[in-house]
Ligand binder design. Structure first.
Ligand code: PMP
Length: 349
């Protein structure tokens, strides 16, 4: 329809809709969620709290009580925290606040696809810098291109998705120190890696850290993520955020999950130990990367055959047919039984 078409923003015209994998199988190991649902004990506590929420009222626009708990836990000031409807939304707000048409965003690849998609929606130019042969970040090239292009953002997932590893800390510090860009370190899988850049926030004002409740904390359905950054950046995001982006029920879930963290620790431990076992078994036959997250990244000789075998066994994993991760598969660590089924499927390759 021409009447619509000639009005679309130019940067959006050629974009395709993001198509999340629609789950058809029996074993869902494709989105790096926690394979364990939130323990019933915590769900019951939350249900009681939810009964008392006046749902005729708008949520607390500043999510103050959630920020208070986070601030205590992370030992950062409340004004350094920003709550989002998932970390995806925070990436969107960052892009909307800082990116003008044709500004440059640098992304090491392969990585989480939303960095590129959101940058493009906001009319930026994306420069992709491939990882080194050993799947580390190419700090020299990133610094070089950031300087030439006066890049505004450099995104670094730590651990990286889909490769699962944490890049070298020194290389990342080198990037932070040697560019003017805002370096966004996405620690979505922090609770599995236990590696963080939080302590560098004081020293480097161009550093932003993202976290989410969608992975280790088992509440992907509730959509809560947060940013920790210097208060100037938080203030800027507050200018553009939609007033009630974090709904009341999600705020309660996030708070209770933090207050009951000890009940989640067991599941995190189980996932890490299952991952190590699966890794040892898979590496006997395939190239598989050591992982700091809750998923494994491995290479197969025949990706089409792999796809067929996984489909036949009703297992949903992330299969890369093209791009920088071509011929690799990303498998979320499941429960013991699911991991056994994964191994059986891989043994047929
Ligand atoms: N960052 C990374 C690196 C991820 O892998 C994901 C989820 N796949 C996200 C962010 C998105 O998290 P959220 O659910 O908080 O939007």
């Amino acid at each position: 329809m021409k009447i619509i078409e000639n009005k679309i923003k130019f940067c959006i015209k050629n974009l395709k809709s993001y198509e999340p994998v629609l789950f058809k199988g029996k074993y869902k190991l494709d989105a790096n969620e926690n394979s364990y649902d939130l323990p019933k004990l915590i769900k019951r506590k939350i249900l009681k709290k939810i009964l008392n929420i006046p749902v005729n009222r708008y949520p607390d626009p500043e999510a103050r009580s959630l920020k208070k708990i986070l601030s205590k836990k992370l030992k950062v000031k409340k004004d350094m925290i920003f709550i989002g409807n998932g970390s995806d939304e925070i990436i969107f707000y960052l892009a909307q606040s800082f990116l003008e048409k044709d500004d440059v965003v640098i992304i090491p690849v392969p990585t989480f696809e939303m960095y590129k998609i959101i940058s493009k929606i906001n009319a930026a130019q994306v420069i992709e810098i491939p990882l080194t042969k050993d799947f580390d970040i190419d700090d020299k090239n990133i610094i070089k291109y950031a300087k030439i292009t006066k890049a505004k953002f450099i995104f670094i997932a730590y651990p990286n998705n889909p490769t699962g590893n944490c890049f070298s800390k020194d290389k990342i510090l080198n990037i932070i120190k040697n560019t003017d860009a805002i370096v966004i370190i996405d620690e979505a899988y922090f609770e599995f890696s236990e590696k963080t850049f939080i302590k560098y926030l004081k020293k480097f004002k161009n550093l932003v850290i993202l976290r989410t409740f969608s992975k280790a904390y088992s509440i992907a359905a509730l959509r809560v993520g947060y940013m920790i950054a210097n208060k100037e950046i938080v203030k800027i995001l507050n200018k553009i955020k939609l007033p009630y982006n974090a709904n009341s029920i999600s705020q309660v879930f996030a708070k209770e999950v933090l207050l009951n963290e000890k009940y989640l620790k067991d599941n995190i431990k189980k996932i890490i130990s299952e991952k190590e076992k699966l890794y040892e078994k898979i590496r006997k036959k395939f190239f598989v990367l050591k992982s700091d997250s809750n998923f494994l990244f491995l290479k197969v000789a025949d990706i089409k055959k792999a796809k067929k075998i996984f489909q036949k066994n009703k297992i949903s994993v992330r299969i890369f047919n093209s791009g920088y991760a071509k011929d690799f598969i990303r498998i979320t660590i499941g429960k013991k039984e699911e991991n056994r089924i994964i191994l059986n499927a891989l043994n047929k390759l």
